[in-house]
Design a protein around this ligand. Structure first.
Ligand code: FAD
Length: 331
């Protein structure tokens, strides 16, 4: 019988990525409703087991560790082998992945091998208490509506979950659990693809999902030079610059700054939306921010519906004044 909520932990260079903690938090609440337990699956190179205990502090009841020098760097085929083996042996009820580049590659491969369903890019998960099924919610039809999907006839129920949407539970080093190492029965074909070199991207900008303060620019900033005043305000706040897809597609700023359905989900303490109309696909990525301030010259822009504070006017006039006032307040 299928049992327990499994979380595939994403780690890079032995560091658990935030999405791992977020999924453990969400899995704890799903497991509570199912009266089952949370199992973290940790895959990596030699030495990875050192971080297994930490996953227990963050909510895992059990950790399964697949440690092998050939698993040092992520690669689709060997990682799929590990997960397929674990799932076929343990028969989990639910398996969760992050909707990161790794999760988006790995989850469909594993679900196809297991001939089960997969709901990608979920922004909400819950248990239907009548039938114990996982309800997986995600934007559909270009973000114009939210679809709730369930996988009735196949197990495990699998989902990838957007980063920054779920909340971790508090770390508690009094939590206890079990750690189990497993051997994987690799086949030669699992290593058909050879990873020659990993080249780190040094040009990558700061991670907007971790920023406490975000200043977002949209088409209304008018061009790449318009982002200068957006960036100045972000610097004054010790924050980062975010952007709408319109600004990214215009080539005014890199796509790692994009917030929204096809960008990143952010939850800063403060989000200042400048010249962003507030299309549903943008709101999906930022509406859970602590405080939202919108600056827009159109008083009926939908961004004002989610804003805690709205300023109607030209951002080119307002932003420099706001920036000067903040700088003055800081001195
Ligand atoms: P506009 O909608 O053109 O709005 C510009 C705003 O600036 C207007 O409200 C205007 O009044 C205001 N403005 C103009 N000049 C000034 C000024 N001087 N001062 C103050 N205000 C001014 N969008 C995203 O952002 N993220 C996504 O991830 C995303 N994913 C998508 C996925 C799909 C499948 C689809 C179909 C669309 C997606 N979009 C996404 C696009 C989205 O629908 C909108 O087109 C986009 O968000 C609009 O960007 P914007 O608000 O910057 O531009």
């Amino acid at each position: 019988m299928s049992k327990n909520v499994y979380v595939v932990i994403e780690q890079r260079d032995g560091r658990v990525q935030n999405i791992g903690y977020e999924l453990l938090g969400e899995a704890s609440s799903l497991a509570f409703d199912l009266k089952q337990e949370v199992v973290a699956v940790l895959i990596g190179g030699v030495g990875i087991s050192k971080i297994a205990q930490e996953l227990i502090y963050w909510g895992a009841n059990h950790v399964i560790v697949a440690e092998d020098s050939r698993l040092q760097e992520y690669s689709t085929l060997p990682y799929s082998r590990v997960l397929t083996q674990i799932i076929l042996t343990d028969e989990p009820e639910i398996v969760l992945f992050g909707a990161s580049s790794i999760g988006r590659d790995l989850a469909p491969r594993v679900s196809a091998r297991l001939k089960t369903g997969l709901t990608a890019d979920c922004t909400g998960l819950s248990i239907n208490l009548d039938n114990q099924l996982l309800m997986m919610t995600r934007p559909a039809f270009g973000g114009n509506l939210m679809a709730t999907i369930c996988c009735k006839h196949h197990k495990p129920q699998m989902a990838t979950v957007r980063t920054g949407v779920m909340q971790p539970i508090e770390r508690d080093d009094n939590r206890t659990g079990t750690i189990r190492s497993i051997e994987i029965a690799f086949q030669r074909k699992d290593f058909a693809v050879e990873l020659v070199e990993v080249i780190p991207n040094d040009n990558i900008s700061a991670d907007i999902t971790k920023a406490k303060y975000l200043v977002g620019g949209g088409r209304g900033v008018g061009g790449p030079e318009g982002f200068k005043i957006v960036r100045e305000l972000a610097n004054t706040l010790n924050g980062e610059v975010a952007a709408s897809r319109a600004a990214v597609e215009s080539g005014w700023i890199g796509n790692d700054h994009q917030v929204g359905q096809t960008g990143k989900t952010v939850r800063p303490d403060l989000y200042i939306a400048c010249g962003i109309s507030g299309a549903i696909q943008h709101l999906t990525g930022m509406e859970n921010s602590g405080t939202i301030i919108a600056i827009n010259k159109n008083a009926s822009a939908p961004i004002f519906n989610v804003a805690d504070l709205g300023i109607v006017g030209d951002l080119h006039v307002i932003l420099p004044k706001l920036n000067d006032a903040l700088k003055e307040a800081k001195t």
